[in-house]
Design a protein around this ligand. Sequence first.
Ligand SMILES: [Zn+2]
Ligand SMILES: [Zn+2]
Length: 73
Amino acid sequence: MPMMMLGTNTRGHKGWVTLRCSICNKKMIVGEEQIYICPKCSVGARKTAFCRACARITHYRCPYCGTELQLYP
Ligand SMILES: [Zn+2]
Ligand SMILES: [Zn+2]
């Protein structure tokens, strides 16, 4: 599996990895804001991520599997 699917940038350009909230589809920049991920639903480069507002709504638990969310990275 190629690892370059993580962001839109090519390798060598640092940072600016973006994730989308699984609930509201908001675009989030890693390092710029608080992002929560489900360690269980995140497989490889595919992260199940949640913005701060949605994580709060779900009481910091994954709505899909019930696992406690972790702050990313
Ligand atoms: Zn959200
Ligand atoms: Zn999950």
